[in-house]
Design a protein around this ligand. Sequence first.
Ligand code: UGA
Length: 394
Amino acid sequence: MTIRGGRASGAHLRLAASAPRSRRKIPRRIAVLGAGGFVGSHLVPRLAARGDTEIVAVDRDLGKLAGGLRGVRRIEADISEPGLLEDVVGGAEAVVSLTALCNPALYNTRPLEVMDASFGDLLPLVKLCAARRLWLVHFSTCEVYGRLALDVDGRRTAVMDEDRTALFLGPVHSERWSYAAAKQLLERVIWAHGRHAGLPFTIVRPFNVIGPRMDFIPGVDGEGIPRVLACFMHALMSGTPLQLVDGGRQRRSFLDVSELVGAVERMLERPDRCRGQIFNLGNPSNDLTIRGLAKALAAAYRKLRPDQSAARFETVTAEAFYGAGYDDSVARIPTIDKATRLLGWRPRRTVEEMLPGIVADYLERYGADCAASADPAGWSQLGRAEFAVGRSRR
Ligand code: UGA
């Protein structure tokens, strides 16, 4: 087991001397599992900056998490390693679980690993937290709602509601839904442990959270297909066409990662209001098509890189892009009434406000690598119809 950051030490960590920024307290000791991922790398610094909590930050790779955070103990290890969970949750007052393989390109190509990561690996955590009556704040996903929003009688609705919307997945051969099914089952296991076995829990369903440090760039710090934001940034930085799966008609609601972690902080401050609840965290005002996102991102990129050619967009079939067994969510708009009512939380950042900072972050981290390795040939393997060039904006 690779452990960095003094796991063997039982000494309490030194907390920042500054007074807490928030008037409400949060648990004094929090274990964050998956702290090195996109969300964890934003959440841990936010909590650490308060100065009133100790954090055990666990991940196989903590490379994205800033170093030198006061009150943070870093453990680089896999949560499935024997004894690790018992060790990291010992002494914690709350556990935030973020670990998952939450990338649609994997759902139909590596479903066994996806389901292990979303269900099998986390079952021991749920049981452990139940046995210890330890508050589990578990990150599930908006994917559990499935292809589109339906009420329990099967009628289409505009928004996805935590307590009223049915969960509508496709047939089993549509392996896209392997992740959603595993996440849904874990939600049901958590719920049952809450109702019948004393587990204090909160379930979070994030809706398309975007921000700096999201995912990876193929060929630079990862392989394969990342989520859409990183796919589009890769295309822009390497001068290749942005691929619009099935024309980019699908809709998503985008939330700024800083607002997501703000909501989680509010949850941690309000255990009595949040225990036993499932929360959507998303921004219904930022509902747009994937084609709309592509165009907005290209425009933000062009502002920072006016010297570059105008972006090109291409339609690609889902089958060609993701392979057999892929399926898609048609639209995904959350209602956030519960989060507003119980947490006093309402996100405000528009996509236009978010994109410049995101583009700048990707350019800083990857711009040089992408420019050096630009290779349109790799992308042109896929058959598709070019539909827009957008050179009029040059
Ligand atoms: C994924 C995860 O499955 C969710 O659990 C997670 O909540 C969500 O991302 C998220 O980012 O928060 P999804 O929105 O389907 O869900 O994933 P993306 O890879 O970001 O794809 C969004 C849409 O863009 C899909 O319709 C996809 O087909 C399309 N896409 C993706 C493109 O048109 N072009 C690309 O290059 C990549």
